[in-house]
Structures are given as structure tokens and as C-alpha cells.
Design a protein around this ligand. Sequence first.
Ligand SMILES: Cc1cc2nc3c(=O)[nH]c(=O)nc-3n(C[C@H](O)[C@H](O)[C@H](O)COP(=O)(O)O)c2cc1C
Length: 394
Amino acid sequence: MMSTSTAHRSPEDPAWFRHVLGQYPTGVCVITAQPADGPPIGMVVGSFSSVSMHPPLVGFYPSNTSETWPHLQRASHWCVNILAAHQSDVCRRIATAPLAERFEGVPWRPAPSGAPIIEGAVAWIDCVPVAVHDAGDHKIALAEVRHLDAASTELPLLFFRSGYGSFSPLTLTAYDPDMSLTRPLRHFELIRSIAQELPDQGLRCLVTAPVSDSVVVIGQLDPPSGSVAARPTTLVGQRLPFRPHGPSIFEAWAPAGEQAAWVARFSPDSQEAEIRALARIRERGFSIGLGSEGHRRFAAALEQLAAEPGAVPNEELDALVASLDYEPADLTDAVLAEARVISAPVFDSAGSPVLAMTVFGFRAKPDIVRDAIAAVTRCAQRATRTLGLAPRRD
Ligand SMILES: Cc1cc2nc3c(=O)[nH]c(=O)nc-3n(C[C@H](O)[C@H](O)[C@H](O)COP(=O)(O)O)c2cc1C
């Protein structure tokens, strides 16, 4: 039997259209811009989406009736801010306040383009508008991505059936489709008892692995301390910028062409020096970092991150890593006395480092540093043999 009324089910009925399409949840973004002559502007959209990888395009659908859209359309850059679950107040403010007052009480910092990055946003995408197409009572606005970062570990804000909410996973497995995190976690589990020897010798130890474009702390082993910390902290899960001066050890055994591209990308002004530093790591079999003001600030940032994930923005961490002093030419006693971190590689069968064991917290005496170097390289070699990934050499 036919339904008694189908009229209200027509796509021409706005309420019905909205009701049915409202069954599809969206994230919540603020598209921001910084006009040359005025306060920053922002517009809340749920219609944001990634569009293309080559070239990297994103897009959203502004309404023809939006008063904000003409201002955004005139801007040279946009920054898309993906709001965090706790930011529904920021969303309401920007969606409802007069154009010139939307950022009052909303902390922000400039993206590379100058457009606002809203503090606390889970990710930001700095882009250049490239095309606008008509689409009924909306436009399709497309932009090419220039810079982007996922700077927070918070969950995103969601919009569904006219209300705000957040994501809760239904599956118990970690989302790791290419095993990029699971594999190093398993490697660490298999060599944990070997790594434990380092803390047993009084050294603090981090085990890291390359995961996608960064390096992730997979394990942290500390010597048993006399007093139990009031609130224990850990760096496990922390991403570190994979760039020269930091976890360079993961690049030291890469093919020459790959190394050249890597140093050209991150250190265009000192490419020869960086290639030499990689060669030193390879020749020595370990990486060595020295004490400096940069190192002190980096260590303080790591302490902060161990206590509170996301406490230091990725760009700041990136700049700190770039300022570190690594791989000195000569390991004289005076230089060794300045050593603060030593890393040794654990290899796979292809001869690529899959984990790095990093020790720090030793007293700055040349002999103690030499012992730490011997301990960490010995442990890393045993770990390589235990994983059975590399051909046995003894
Ligand atoms: C969760 C949410 C999602 C929204 N998504 C869009 C959108 O995709 N496109 C759009 O034009 N407006 C969207 N809006 C409405 C705009 O944020 C804004 O309120 C509207 O454009 C009217 O303001 P204006 O005339 O000052 O631009 C959304 C609002 C909220 C609260």
C-alpha cells in the first residue's frame, strides 16, 4: 500500500531535505583569513572536505546568502581550523558574533600565511583559494594546501542532528592500517628486556621508531628512582620531528639520493654539513648530541610533553630540534664532556634502522660518556640480533 502522504518527502521540502541530510554527521571547521586592513575573519562550516592529493586540494560549500563569504573570497589565503570536541563555544561565537568581533576572547596565532590558527584546534590547513564554482544556492570553494599540521591529540568536534558531540570508537583495534605503529611496538616488546639493561646501568632510555613522516617514542625505560614521583609521566606516543639534528640516525643508512633530498628539504643552507653528519653517524655506529641552550630548551619541552601531550606545538618542537648541536667532528675528552644524548640503531634485514635506543641522563664525564656509548651500542646490536631481522655477524 502506498504511503498516505508523500508530499512532505519531496526533496523540494527544505525541512525534509534538512532532516534526511542531517542524518549524516560532519566535523566542524572555522575557515579563517587575515585581511590586509582589518580584524581577522572566520566562518564556521560543516561542509569542509579533502578533495584531491595531486595537487593537494580541499574545499567547502559557502552559502550564497553568507555575509562572511564575500570577505573570505577577497582574501589571498585561508586557514582551515578543525575544531576540537571541547570547542563548541568557539564554534558558537564565530557562527553568531558580528564579523569584526568573532575573535574576541578566542586565542589564535598566525599560520605561515598570516591567517589565524585557533589555539586548541586539532588540525590546521593553510591554503590558497584556487577556484569557486556555482552550485545551486551554495558555491563550491576550492583551495590548494600549502602548510598543514595536526597539532593536538584531542578528538574533533562533530555536528549531528542539529547538535554537537564527539567521536567514540566502536572497534577495539588500534587504527593502524599499514602496521606502521604496531610493528615497532612489537619490535620494542621483543627487545624490552635487552633495553632494560640500560636503566639497570643508571641510564635513562627512550626507544623510538620512524612512523610515517615523524619519529615516535615507542618505549621509555628509566632507572628505578628512590622516591616515587607524585605523578609519573611518559613520553611514549610522542611524535618528534624527523629532521636533521634530531633523530637523524634513521636517515644515516638511507641511499645517498634520499639523504640529499632529506637535507635539502630541511637544511637547504647547510646541506654538505648535514650529509657529513650522517656519514659520521654511519662510521661511528651511533649519534651523539651535545649540551647547548637549544638542548636545554628541547629537554624542558620534552618534560612538558611527558606531563601533558600536546603541551608544546609541533612547529615549536620543530624549531627546537633544528637548533640542536649534533655529530661533532672530533670526540675529544672536552667534546665528550658536553655529550647529553647518545642513540644507537637497531636494524632490519635490509640494513635500515627500525628502532633507535637513545640514552641520556649520564654525568658529563668523558669516561662515563664512553661507557654509555659502549652500553647503548652493545644493547642495540643485541637487539638487532634478537629481532633476527639482520644477518648475524657473530
Ligand atoms: C556546525 C555548523 C556548520 C555550518 N556549515 C556551513 C557551511 O557548510 N556553509 C555555510 O555557508 N554556512 C555554514 N554554517 C553557517 C555559517 O557558519 C554562518 O553562520 C552563516 O554563514 C551565516 O553567517 P554570515 O552571514 O555572517 O556568514 C554552519 C554553521 C554551523 C554552526
